[in-house]
Design a protein around this ligand. Structure first.
Ligand SMILES: [Zn+2]
Length: 233
């Protein structure tokens, strides 16, 4: 039997191992950058801060409105209390009350504006919070799925490595060194199958004579074009 048979078995295992490693790297990358979740968290924090600031602003205006109403009440009780009789003084108090009322009217407009602002932002806050909860639940289940898959792939890699070590036992040391040097030089593929008269890897034609030697003799044959070891089943 051609020694390429043993090497082809190693090649298949090596290729599977590379696929597993590739999949593991992809999962690690996905677990590292969960952009959608980060975006939802940032957005939610911004909306919450805006909402809190506007609530504080509203609270300040409410206090100013209360204080202004007290000032008006006090001036009105002085005006109507009967203690002040001087017409000029009464006129001054009336003018003061009118001024206080104008200020109050401005404050109440501002209060209404802030109240509408708070209501709007509370709606945004609710939507943003629900969005974050949704993204978090999705990320949670996706993350669990990825971790489970990672564990399966790690087991698979271990199993393939054991199988590889066992297969390696049938390969003479010099042949193994040859295999590894070609594999490392040629993007992971050292042994190529021959099918329908051509190299499976580069597509170059293989003569029936070469194919026959690769299939039956104990001599290693190489693809004339890509230089890989030929395996003909
Ligand atoms: Zn080839």
């Amino acid at each position: 039997m051609n020694p390429a048979n043993y090497l082809y078995r190693l090649q298949k295992l090596d290729t599977k191992k590379s696929q597993v490693v590739h999949e593991l790297k992809e999962i690690e990358q996905k677990l590292r950058n969960d952009q959608i979740l980060i975006l939802a968290q940032t957005q939610n924090n911004e909306v919450r801060n805006n909402c809190e600031n506007t609530r504080q602003h509203l609270h300040q205006i409410e206090n100013q409105v209360k204080a202004q109403k007290i000032k008006i009440e006090q001036s009105e009780s002085t005006l109507y209390g009967g203690n002040v009789k001087n017409p000029k003084e009464l006129q001054d108090i009336q003018a003061e009350i009118s001024s206080f009322k104008r200020q109050l009217s401005h404050l109440e407009d501002e209060q209404l504006e802030a109240l509408i602002g708070v209501e709007e932002l509370e709606k945004c806050e609710k939507i943003s919070r629900e969005n974050l909860e949704f993204v978090e639940s999705q990320a949670g289940s996706e993350k669990k799925g990825l971790i489970d898959k990672m564990s399966l792939l790690n087991h698979e890699y271990e199993r393939l490595s054991q199988e590889y070590d066992a297969a390696k036992q049938s390969v003479p040391a010099d042949l193994f060194i040859l295999y590894v040097s070609i594999r490392d030089a040629k993007r992971g593929i050292a042994v190529t199958q021959v099918s329908e008269g051509a190299c499976d890897t580069c597509g170059s034609p293989i003569t029936p004579g070469e194919w026959q030697i690769a299939r039956t003799s104990s001599e290693i044959r190489y693809c004339p074009s890509c230089g890989r070891i030929l395996f003909a089943s």
